[in-house]
Design a protein around this ligand. Structure first.
Ligand code: PHE
Length: 449
């Protein structure tokens, strides 16, 4: 008989990978990745991004899972248990704060996916050219409160799933829907790459111009890597704490990084050939994805149905990510501050709604919610992704490499000697030396710029 522990946990191996991949795969891949790539020199960015993901993403992810499973607790509690009476729990507090900020602006774009489901069902993209599509998109932004409404609905949906707990909520949804998303993306990618003039988009995506690699490109790729893999803020510490003792953490980290990167690449293969084919500027930012995708569907057999399915799945991919963001905050509030899980969920959702509405409203064309050249939305994104996540990442690897130390790390990745883990020494080396150094150097090079 399985012992019934007090903490909720993941039921099966595929469930863990699906939940962690569900956290990782989201708007970060399909929306943010193409935007960042478009704004940072195309293939040059991709190259740096891939290096970041392999050499920093895997070790940081494994470090988070190790902290979570060893600490058996939320992002703050895990540090308290593993390093009592030290300053390390600050890393956890930073993570909770960061999760809160990300949820606040992420829910804005998540809300758009709902608006676009409605648009696609009502067939409102049909026959529209690019100019009309762009006009619709900016009109939508100018309806500030409509954005806030969708955002509120999305936050409510997230709260609903988190309310129900880990196994019933998170795991069940993630397991089925992520593979369906993959299939749709492959179909879209094929359609896009075979559009007239698509080749220029593929060149932009895959042929690097090394002179484009600047400090800004480095820090953007680093921030995007952390954002896309859900690293640096304790989401995977929290999920790690729900993983069973006989699951393989290293292979989980590899699978999640691989699937996340695959989806980002697919998003690139979908967006850029089509954008070049339709004459959409790769630096169009927010409109890049939301205008390009419906344009592709307009050129496709059965486009009406595919478009609906796409936006529904995009909304679900966003949901499995917001669930992990909210879970970090709720696990902290309920375990550390002893607020009942249900009340903690309500509290966190209301607070997110209040702060998040500023992010949504700041996207109106003549907004007063902007300063220093950035809107409130952009500030939240910038501070969390390009500053807090890498900072959290450095501290997490330093913690595992130097404070938790070799024997605990090896014990955790080998499940107390039951697994082989041939890469454990290499990974520990990266965790101790390479990762902290690389993150700090990139960070500073970005600041100097
Ligand atoms: N990784 C998610 C995405 O790519 C966003 C996210 C960031 C989720 C940080 C949790 C923590 O969409």
């Amino acid at each position: 008989m399985e012992e019934k522990s007090k903490r909720d946990g993941f039921g099966s191996k595929i469930g863990i990978i699906a939940a962690a991949a569900g956290s990782a795969i989201g708007l970060g891949n399909i929306y943010r990745f193409p935007c960042e790539l478009g704004n940072n020199g195309g293939a040059a960015f991709l190259l740096v991004y891939l290096i970041v993901v392999v050499f920093l993403g895997i070790p940081v992810m494994l470090s988070e899972l190790v902290i979570g499973r060893r600490g058996q607790s939320n992002a703050v509690g895990a540090f308290k248990k593993l390093a009592p009476k030290s300053a390390w729990p600050i890393v956890g507090y930073m993570g909770v704060l960061c999760g809160f900020i990300i949820f606040a602006f992420y829910s804005t774009i998540s809300g758009w996916t709902l608006e676009y489901i409605v648009k696609s069902v009502s067939n409102s993209f049909q026959g529209k050219d690019l100019a009309a599509m762009e006009q619709d998109f900016s009109n939508f932004h100018d309806m500030g409160w409509r954005n806030v409404m969708w955002q509120a609905i999305f936050i409510f949906l997230t709260g609903f799933v988190v309310f129900k707990g880990v196994q019933n909520g998170i795991e069940r949804y993630a397991k089925i829907l992520m593979p369906v998303l993959l299939v749709i993306l492959v179909i879209l990618g094929i359609r896009s790459a075979t559009l007239p003039g698509a080749k220029d988009g593929l060149v932009f995506l895959f042929k690097p111009d090394f002179s484009k690699i600047t400090g800004k490109v480095l820090i953007s790729a680093l921030g995007q890597g952390f954002f896309s893999l859900s690293l640096g803020m304790g989401a995977l510490i929290t999920y790690g704490s729900y993983i069973k003792k006989d699951d393989n953490l290293t292979s989980t980290a590899f699978s999640v990084v691989l699937s996340d990167t695959l989806i980002a690449l697919l998003a690139g293969i979908i967006i850029f050939p089509a954008a070049f084919s339709f004459g959409i500027n790769p630096q169009a930012g927010m409109g890049l994805v939301f205008n390009t995708i419906p344009m592709i569907f307009n050129q496709m057999m059965g486009g009406y149905w595919f478009c609906i399915i796409f936006f529904v799945l995009l909304a679900i991919a966003a949901l499995t990510s917001t669930i992990s963001l909210l879970e970090v905050v709720v696990a902290y509030l309920s375990e550390e501050l002893h607020i009942k899980r249900q009340w903690a969920t309500v509290l966190a959702c209301v607070a997110t709604m209040l702060i998040g509405s500023f992010a949504s409203l700041s996207l109106k064309s003549n907004t007063s919610l902007a300063f220093g050249g950035r809107t409130v939305f952009d500030w939240m994104d910038f501070i969390s992704s390009n500053i807090l996540l890498p900072l959290g990442g450095v501290l997490i690897v330093l913690f595992v490499g130097w404070k938790l130390g070799k024997s605990h790390f090896f014990d955790e990745v080998t499940n107390s000697g039951k697994l082989k883990s041939p890469l454990k020494r290499v990974i520990l080396f990266i965790i101790r030396y390479l990762a902290p150094l690389a993150i700090i150097v990139i960070f500073i090079s970005g600041l100097i710029k």
